[in-house]
Design a protein around this ligand. Structure first.
Ligand code: ASP
Length: 228
């Protein structure tokens, strides 16, 4: 099995190149402009979601978002550089307990559970990527299909493994159930590396934010440590 994995890893750059080349040859080089647009929109939504949505839910629990984000710098940077929520989990746990003051009983439940199933960044990417692929291959989506995308993206992101590019693999499930061509994923692959780094940082940030909120509601948050 290890030998097979090594061979796959060895030839995967060539495979990705061929996939992308095929897409560009079929759809034309102009598709680059759309790809840049997809990249910029997704970046904007991820930043907006991390800074706005989490700030709001933290504020509802009377927790200062500025303090939260300052202390989350290390796990977010680690998630950004590894593209894996699982690899970041020890650092997330340490930060949540030691810097944000979450009690062990809450953190040891929320952080591993969040790492496995809470992937907002991945769900956002899958929703946007499906719409992007549908528009590039000229499929007009109906309102029902949009709702289907929302539901499928949430469910699929829950089932996505917390490892690099797993979200792009499970994206195939959404495309398949909407009848969109699976090889269009090749288009996304061109920019997926950097987007994966960003969405993993968002995923990790969500796990920590929810841990703090749950700890606060359970009186398991040491606010002195949080505000220090
Ligand atoms: N890399 C992501 C994570 O570990 C999952 C994905 O969206 O590919 O959270």
């Amino acid at each position: 099995i290890l030998q097979i994995v090594n061979i796959v890893i060895l030839i995967s750059p060539i495979g990705v190149f061929c996939l992308i080349f095929n897409i560009f040859a079929t759809l034309g080089i102009e598709i680059i402009a759309d790809l840049i647009e997809y990249f910029l929109i997704l970046t904007f939504i991820l930043i907006f979601h991390a800074s706005f949505t989490y700030s709001i839910i933290l504020s509802f629990s009377k927790l200062n978002p500025y303090i939260f984000f300052t202390k989350m710098r290390e796990p977010m940077l680690f998630a950004f550089s590894t593209s894996s929520s699982s690899a970041t989990m020890p650092i997330t746990l340490k930060t949540v307990e030691e810097k944000l003051g979450v009690g062990k009983s809450v953190s040891s439940f929320c952080v591993p559970l969040g790492t496995t199933i809470n992937m907002d960044g991945t769900a956002i990417m899958q929703g946007l990527a499906t719409m992007f692929i549908a528009s590039t291959v000229g499929v007009d989506l109906t309102l029902i299909q949009y709702m289907q995308i929302v539901l499928l993206a949430i469910v699929t992101s829950i089932g996505t493994a917390a490892v690099p590019s797993a979200g792009t693999v499970t994206l195939a499930l959404i495309l398949g159930s909407l009848g969109l061509p699976l090889d269009a994923i090749g288009l996304i692959l061109a920019v997926d590396r950097i987007l994966d780094m960003m969405r993993t940082a968002v995923n990790v940030c969500g796990d920590a934010a929810v841990s703090c909120i749950v700890a606060k509601s359970e009186n398991e948050l040491d606010e002195q440590i949080f505000n220090k």
